[in-house]
Design a protein around this ligand. Structure first.
Ligand code: ADP
Ligand code: MG
Length: 257
């Protein structure tokens, strides 16, 4: 079982879109997948067709020590092999509420040790910040998958991103690795997109996936129907890209094993 955190402290770079679609294609290929939505915005939760207002138990209850992880896992009815721990707005207050808890950065990690069900992969969708929730995700994870948007300012955030990963690795989670870097919202017509990819490759070398995710309107439309692209429009360019990424992801897992 491998725990992967989809992380970038910037918002709007494609974390949630990647989380939803990589998870659903992996599940569709027969992998047993759990996704944990640890972002108070709950976009993974709603993007998979779950009404946030009706969520009875969420990752918040686990962090608050009120429920075990087993009690908050929900089956996603739309896709076989796919489970979720949903988010709620309450999560936004967790950082302040849990400020005096002992060992507070390891609450999620410790909670996951109580799982008795086996999953092939657990993906944690992070909020766009470096607070308590993200640190819990980074401490619980074996690796981070980092989406980077193909835009001019992308590189500015990368230095900080590396610092954070290094810092967590040094002080909190020694075994944290970089799973892969995914270039998102790629526009092949612009020179800029290509330049950003080249720059990021200089930095991260073969950690960068060969698959890039194009800017594709269908990917942006699917969440408002509560559907992964697999069920919304499996033939669009965005869907094809996420299918390709899924293959590349699995191939890399094999070569690591
Ligand atoms: P994050 O989780 O990093 O904040 P999201 O995945 O929510 O980013 O993406 C931000 C916005 O951009 C969302 O409205 C999403 O639907 C849209 N989006 C994400 N990836 C793409 C893409 N490849 N093409 C077009 N729109 C995208
Ligand atoms: Mg998000």
């Amino acid at each position: 079982m491998k725990i992967i955190c989809v992380f970038n402290q910037k918002g709007g770079v494609g974390k949630t879109t990647t989380n939803i679609n990589l998870c659903s294609y992996l599940a569709n290929k027969g992998k047993k997948i759990l996704t944990i939505d640890i972002d108070p915005q709950g976009n993974t939760t709603s993007g998979l067709g779950i009404d946030k207002r009706n969520v009875e138990s969420s990752i918040y209850d686990v962090l608050a020590g009120e429920k075990s992880i087993k009690e908050v896992i929900k089956k996603i009815e739309l896709v076989d092999n796919f489970y979720i721990v949903p988010s709620t707005m309450e999560l936004a207050g967790a950082e302040v509420e849990l400020i005096n808890k002992d060992n507070r950065e390891n609450i999620l990690k410790n909670a996951l040790q109580e799982l008795d069900e086996k999953f092939d992969y657990i993906f944690i969708d992070c909020p766009p910040s470096l607070g308590f929730l993200t640190i819990n995700a980074l401490c619980a994870a074996d690796s981070v998958l980092i989406p980077i948007q193909c835009e001019f300012y992308a590189l500015e955030g990368v230095g900080q991103l590396i610092n954070t990963v290094q810092l967590v690795k040094k002080s909190l989670n020694k075994s944290l690795e970089i799973e892969g870097i995914l270039m998102s919202m790629y526009d092949s017509r612009t020179k800029l997109s290509n330049e950003v990819v080249e720059e990021v490759k200089k930095y991260f070398k073969d950690k960068v996936y060969n698959t890039t995710i194009p800017r594709n309107i269908r990917l942006a439309e699917a969440p408002s129907f509560g559907l992964p692209i697999l069920l919304f429009d499996d033939k669009c360019r965005g869907a094809e890209a996420y299918q390709k990424l899924t293959k590349e992801f699995l191939k890399r897992q094999k070569s690591k094993a």
